[in-house]
Design a protein. Sequence first.
Length: 301
Amino acid sequence: MADKRRWIGLVLVIVGSISWGASGTVADYMFLTQHVPVLWVVGIRMFLAGILLLLTFKVTVGGSIFTIWHDKSQASLLICFAIFGMLMSQFSYLSAVRFGNAATATVLQFTTPVFIIIYYSISRRKLPVRLDVISIILAVVGTYLLATKGDFGSLTISKLGLFFGICAGIAGANCTLIPIKLLNKYDPRLVCGWAMLLGSLPIQPIVVIDTPHVNINETLIFELIFITIVGTMIAYLFYVASLNYLEPAVTGTLSSFEPLTAAILSVSFLHLKLTLVEVIGGLLILMMAFVQALPQKNKLE
């Protein structure tokens, strides 16, 4: 029975991670061919995904979706999560894809553990343990190789692509740290559904203004549906569901299928050319996830 539950968890986290990676590649193709504004895509994606997550909660769990607003402190935390977590994460990641490519953006997003380590070290005035230091070194060296291909005097990816990729890592840390208390009290679908919906509201005026200037066609509609349903709804729900069957360290490690998928699809369908140095840099960042999954003594909590 335990083996069966573990296999279910493995399938869920792998499918969820592949969905995320595929979504990044579809978004990359959409920006290359449709030339749509990033904020326009973010506004539509977050608004629809938020509505769908809240509907999913209502249908599967029942009860009121407004209970989270009854506590003022929880409501304030939710708003903070919506702006500095969800909105920042979605905008920075898609911007990294827009100004770089899906493979590099997804790998740079994987630097999230580094910023979590730094946050805990500063807030608790405690130096990182040995494996955390190794993780930071892997992330720094890997990012350097991705950005320069080993040539210190040149930057081989756009400055904006690198900047937003690192911002995506910081936003990922915010998405992990800010909603901890909320997720301990409320269903994840309720928390993330409201966060996505709220995070989309400030940029809805931009969506309204830009929509008449966007060439709405069948391909664009399919791409938007894909990154909203597959890349947000399915990816998120499958990943969260896997936590019921696997340890968080295992799910975190197996989420490396996300950048792997983005890289394979980008090379296969978008004709992205990766040098050996870039591949090594990406692998070093992915190794960080496996290092973080190792048991540690006195690990920062």
